[in-house]
Ligand binder design. Structure first.
Ligand code: GAL
Length: 893
């Protein structure tokens, strides 16, 4: 185990040569065991900022939810957060995962919170722990364990003794856990800030006076735990004086905390959005996100957290609802698999570098000086005495006009401000960064079917592969799931029960069965009228499947909608089977404990000769879950006990089927996905790990914009993609859940699909495009050159540069296009323009090919000529990345 920490590196340097290796190994483990990652420090605040170890800080935070990744992914996610410029990692704590059964705690695997916090500390980052324990988060039931509903007399999130008791118990448990592992900053750990509740202000009114009392109680309960770091209540305008209140939203630059003694914090900067089954995919442009962040620091903000920096995956049945999909990609800077989403990741990295350069001035001033530069243009200037003596000054120039470029004068100099943009001047003179000028590369994710590396394939094989012709396997086994009551653990009672009261959310499924007797008179009545009886339910969620005598009559999908389903009965006794299903429990809103699932109101059969049949009064037999679930046919240990039979290739899709096969893991290190686009709706497991619900439901045809204009206020319907296509077809299978071969894949399919067309694929940032012109600003990294900040060297004399980099373990295998001049088009569609430096391709290839990353200066000097004097020149490059071991093959293609 090697966790490079600050403490560790000093230890290594001074002791290594004298101490025997086994002891060194033990010493290296020390920081992890003792939790001492930093010299103990305190955190407090004033009106301007958090004060960390005695200094005001401008902090950038990366939201990463530990159970949405695997522990094996955590180090890389944290490292990429740090590389991207984060100082802090922020996470919620997921109560339902930690206490799945009342009194039985789980801190293992993806729920190993202590390990996660230690990894954050060992990388030198701080941690903001949002305990909640209500978290919302598009997480099942907002993070509450479902057993909490059953605590007698409970009402959630209000002045209610049973709730407060459970909440206090859990919050105390987490605070104690952190303290015992010495993870608070005053113990040398990374935890600098906590959170109690979550956006309670949104629902407080619904609880009247009891809501207000609850806020006070939650605050004093939290403070009473003696955690020794500040607590936050986000979106809580009545947060008590000694609790910080914070803003959540797409923009928070106008936010004012509820007291002049508190700093301006932004706990959730929504850098994308989540989506529902049947929804399109949200996308927040990098330029607008950078604009929002720059505006925030411009106008006095001091702590900003990306919600999410990495969204990840809702494994198992953890997605909230109604209807949230398995992917929680969120269009975050790190994608669902942990790959950089470019240009967002890189553009924000540059932004953070510019903010860091400005930090000495930002913290030196108590408040910015405001200067109006035009009708929609303004400057905020921070100046004061630097820490090491001398004056410091940083300025932010904003153009909030959505359409027009502005030409402004500031301190006697001229500046060009693109629409909806902020320029950051860390020395009050030179622009280090403009939010609308993206210098970072764009990456295009490529998805490859598993198999030998592309480079070793013939052209025909490559075409076949690209046509998706390689499916996971030709051999599948099938197992029929019984329709209706399947086992002895059923029970019969009168009336319709609330779904969650019965299932306790142990399964999505609940069977209800009743007997309907039909007379000859009924049949002739229906014939005469030419109409069949109809099942009618006042209100239901999320999916209802109606069967008569084991034949599916129909399915209804919706969230608290009326269900009307015609049914066909035969004379005599009929089994009416209703299967209610949940697709993620509600995670937002007041009175969650009352929300429930299944049916509400009356259920009846209409159209009978003697009037309606009131099903709410009938005798019903209930069975929770599926037989396959109960028998754990998805697990490595139990699957073989079931009676699987070989599935014929020509078998037609059928409902309620279990499928299983074995597959080999694709070579390499790229993230692995299963393409389940040929399936209907269900759940999938790999080697017993529940990878999530799947559903090939198609997103609405309309609503996606053809082009995405970053300018103007973002909302979640702007710039969406994927209309008319299934919302999700690829499902992440973390590599740590796989062995090299014979991985067991089990699916439960509800509506009918074709498993033969399932494929296993890998995702990689296969294509990179860069576009940097002579008018771009010099690279941020050059600002650390001595002389820049104090003006003895002119930043204007430094040429802009293009930086291309592949993911780790990959190198630039080919340069597909390069032109320095006036090239046209966009990524993957570039072409040369009238002006083109003839050596463009060879110069870029020379600099980049075979390397993981390369820098190319955008100047005549670098391209050994000026291809068109007096014209502004741009360099565009399109490159391909391949796994490093592949290069020799790919390079010789
Ligand atoms: C916020 C909430 C988060 C998350 C977010 C949307 O209101 O605090 O937990 O649900 O919305 O992604």
């Amino acid at each position: 185990m090697s966790f490079p920490s600050m403490a560790e590196s000093t230890r290594k340097a001074s002791f290594q040569w004298r101490i025997p290796p086994p002891i060194i190994a033990l010493l290296l483990l020390l920081p992890i065991v003792s939790g001492s990652f930093f010299k103990p420090f305190n955190v407090s605040y004033d009106h301007r900022a958090l004060i960390v170890a005695g200094k005001r800080r401008m902090l950038v935070s990366a939201g990463v939810h530990y159970p949405r990744a695997t522990p094996q992914m955590w180090p890389d996610l944290i490292a990429k957060s740090k590389e991207g410029g984060a100082d802090v990692v922020q996470t919620y704590v997921f109560w339902s995962g930690h206490e799945p059964v009342k009194g039985q705690y789980n801190f293992e695997g993806r729920y190993d919170l202590v390990k996660f916090v230690k990894l954050v500390g060992s990388s030198g980052l701080y941690l903001h722990l949002r305990i909640g324990p209500y978290v919302c988060a598009e997480w099942n039931f907002g993070g509450f364990p479902v057993w909490l509903r059953d605590v007698p007399g409970i009402e959630f999130r209000t002045d209610n003794e049973p709730f407060k008791k459970e909440m206090q118990k859990f919050v105390t448990k987490i605070v104690d856990l952190m303290r015992e592992a010495e993870l608070f900053c005053w113990q040398g750990g990374p935890v600098i800030m906590l959170q109690i509740e979550n956006e309670y202000g949104d629902v407080e009114k619904s609880y009247g006076q009891k809501g207000k009392d609850y806020v006070k109680w939650a605050a004093s309960m939290a403070l009473g735990l003696g955690a020794g770091v500040p607590w936050v209540m986000c979106k809580q305008t009545d947060a008590p004086e000694n609790i910080l209140d914070a803003c959540n939203g797409y923009y928070c630059d106008g936010f004012k905390p509820n007291s002049k003694t508190k700093p301006v914090l932004w706990t959730e900067d929504w850098d994308g959005w989540y989506t529902k089954w049947g929804g399109s995919l949200p996308h927040r442009p990098a330029e607008d996100l950078a604009f929002a962040v720059a505006r925030f620091y411009q106008r006095g903000g001091s702590f900003q957290n990306y919600y999410m920096y990495f969204g990840g995956t809702n494994f198992g049945r953890t997605s909230g609802g109604p209807f949230y999909i398995t992917s929680y990609d969120y269009d975050a800077p790190l994608d669902e698999y942990g790959l950089r989403s470019e240009p967002k990741w890189g553009h924000l990295k540059d932004l953070h570098a510019a903010i860091k350069l400005s930090e000495p001035a930002l913290v030196a001033a108590d408040a910015p000086q405001y200067k109006k530069l035009g009708s929609n243009q303004e400057a905020h200037v921070y100046h004061g005495d630097g820490e090491t003596g001398g004056k410091v000054c940083a300025a932010f120039l904003a153009n909030i006009d959505e359409h027009k470029t502005a030409y402004v004068k500031f301190n006697g100099q001229s500046y060009t401000l693109p629409p909806w943009s902020v320029s950051i001047l860390p020395d009050c003179r030179h622009v280090a960064y403009n939010t609308a000028k993206v210098g970072a590369q764009t990456s295009v994710k490529t998805v490859e079917s598993a198999g030998p590396p592309l480079g070793s394939l013939s052209i025909l094989q490559k075409v076949a592969r690209q046509n998706n012709a390689s499916y996971i396997t030709k051999s599948w086994m099938a197992l029929k799931e019984p329709i209706g009551i399947w086992g002895e653990n059923n029970f019969t009672t009168q009336g319709l029960l609330e779904h969650l009261n019965v299932t306790k959310d142990q399964s999505d499924y609940l069977w209800h069965k009743t007997r309907i007797s039909v007379t000859e008179d009924d049949i002739s009545f229906w014939k005469k009228n030419g109409a069949n009886p109809t099942l009618s339910v006042d209100s239901m969620r999320d999916v209802l499947r109606v069967f008569v005598n084991k034949q599916l009559s129909g399915s209804i999908v919706g969230h608290w909608v009326k269900a009307v389903q015609p049914v066909l009965f035969v004379q005599g006794n009929n089994d009416l089977l209703l299967l209610t299903q949940t697709v993620g429990l509600q995670n937002y809103g007041a009175f969650l404990e009352k929300d429930g699932a299944g049916f509400r109101g009356k259920a009846k059969l209409t159209g009978f000769k003697n009037g309606d049949v009131d099903l709410s009064k009938s005798s019903w037999t209930y069975q929770v879950g599926l037989k396959g679930e109960a028998e754990k046919v998805y697990s490595v240990e139990h699957n073989e006990k079931a009676e699987w039979s070989t599935l014929e290739t020509e078998a037609s899709p059928s409902i309620f089927m279990w499928y299983k096969t074995y597959f080999n893991t694709p070579d390499g290190t790229d993230p692995v996905v299963l393409d389940l686009g040929s399936m209907g709706k269900g759940q999938a497991w790999v080697n017993g790990h529940h990878i999530g619900r799947y559903w090939s439901i198609i997103a609405q045809k309309d609503g996606c914009d053809k082009t995405c204009d970053y300018r103007g206020a973002y909302h979640s319907d702007k710039c969406t993609t994927n209309c008319g296509k299934p919302t999700q077809t690829r499902y992440h299978v973390p590599r740590s859940w796989l062995k090299p071969d014979s991985n067991l894949l089990v699916l439960f399919e509800e509506t009918g699909g074709n498993p033969f067309k399932i494929s296993v694929k890998t995702v990689t940032a296969g294509i990179l495009c860069g576009q940097v012109s002579e008018s771009h600003y010099p690279p941020l990294r050059k600002w650390s050159t001595p002389g820049f900040m104090n003006g003895t060297m002119s930043i204007n004399s430094v040429a802009p540069e293009m930086h291309l980099h592949c993911e780790e373990g990959h190198v630039i295998s080919s340069i597909e296009f390069a032109s320095y001049g006036t090239p046209r088009g966009s990524c993957e569609k570039f072409s040369t323009g009238k002006c083109h430096a003839s050596k463009s391709l060879s110069i870029v290839s020379e600099a980049c090919k075979g390397r993981n990353s390369c820098f190319i200066e955008v100047s005549n000097a670098a391209f050994q000529s000026d291809p068109c004097k007096g014209t502004l020149k741009t360099l565009v490059v399109m490159a391909r990345c391949s796994p490093s071991q592949d290069t020799s093959e790919t390079a010789s293609d």
